[in-house]
Design a protein around this ligand. Structure first.
Ligand SMILES: Nc1nc2c(ncn2[C@@H]2O[C@H](COP(=O)(O)OP(=O)(O)O)[C@@H](O)[C@H]2O)c(=O)[nH]1
Ligand SMILES: [Mg+2]
Length: 277
């Protein structure tokens, strides 16, 4: 079974003219459960029905890298399962694709995959393009050393951009199928280990590792968001606990104050009695 078979993938939407538009259903930076599905276990008996909660999470994934490294081809291969020659791919201007990826029976990723529209030629990736990314693919061409040498400047661009510190960065060496490679993969591995960046070599042409790169990225983003959700839950629990503790100590103080008042009243009434007699 291929990884493609294991992970059910559905393409929902192809928007070719909306680079400047923020996708309306995108909730950036957080993994938000969208719906719960009831899945019939096949017995059709209501008392033996198993209720499976499927969490759907929204992710924004963006691509950067020099022109001609194969960004559009990678997205096209992932979404359309095809590779198109140069003259066709250059006319395909995808702004973003919406793809669903089922990672397990309980988790579904709703991925907005954003492509550059040629602006990388001028190093003018807008802040809005990267803003709200859960994951960024930095692509270079294994047959073009310059495209790898420029990776650092793309990383700087991300660092100086409006990008969440938790955003997952993944380096992609494309054109694995080609013979005339110029980049030493061992060097890249070392660089990525030192900089805590994921790295994968792929080929948009023959499809090697294309699904895998999205699965790795999707899972890494999902994990981060789930951890954030857990942290938020813990914060809420701690807040609740602190509130209860504060209430308890306030009650104790009030009780002590009441007791003091009672004592004072007692003393007062004693004094009165003494005078009376
Ligand atoms: N051999 C090979 N060529 C590729 C591969 N991916 C893309 N290309 C070619 O590289 C050129 C640039 O591809 P494109 O997707 O337009 O790059 P982009 O500018 O980064 O979006 C085109 O001629 C593609 O046919 C690949 O995996 N292997
Ligand atoms: Mg392109």
């Amino acid at each position: 079974m291929t990884s493609h078979d294991q992970h059910q993938k559905t393409k929902e939407n192809l928007d070719s003219n909306s680079l400047d538009k923020e996708p309306t259903n995108l909730i950036s930076g957080s993994l938000i459960p969208e719906h719960k599905n009831n899945i019939d276990d096949g017995t059709n008996e209501s008392d033996s029905e198993v209720e499976v909660h499927v969490n759907t999470y929204n992710l924004k994934l963006t691509f950067v890298g020099n022109a001609n490294v194969g960004k559009t081809s990678i997205i096209y291969r992932f979404c359309e399962h095809k590779f198109e020659p140069e003259n066709i791919i250059s006319t395909i201007s995808v702004a973003y694709n919406k793809i669903k990826l089922k990672v397990d029976p309980f988790t579904e990723l709703d991925m907005q995959v954003w492509d550059t529209a040629g602006q990388e030629r001028f190093r003018s990736i807008t802040r809005g393009y990267l803003r709200g990314s859960n994951g960024i693919f930095i692509v270079f061409d294994l047959t073009n050393k310059q495209s790898y040498d420029d990776v650092q400047s793309w990383l700087d661009e991300i660092k100086n951009g409006d990008v969440d510190p938790d955003c997952v960065r993944m380096l992609i060496g494309n054109k694995l199928d080609a013979d005339n490679k110029e980049v030493d993969v061992n060097e890249v591995n070392k660089f990525c280990e030192e900089n805590d960046i994921k790295f994968l070599t792929v080929s948009a042409k023959n499809g090697i590792n294309i699904d895998t790169m999205f699965e790795i990225m999707g899972n890494a983003c999902a994990k981060i968001i789930q951890e954030k959700e857990k942290e938020n839950e813990n914060d809420e629990l701690n807040n609740e606990k602190n509130k209860n503790e504060q209430n308890i100590s306030l009650n104790i103080e009030l009780n002590e104050e009441n007791n003091n008042n009672i004592d004072v009243n007692k003393n007062n009434s004693n004094t009165k009695k003494e005078r009376c007699c």
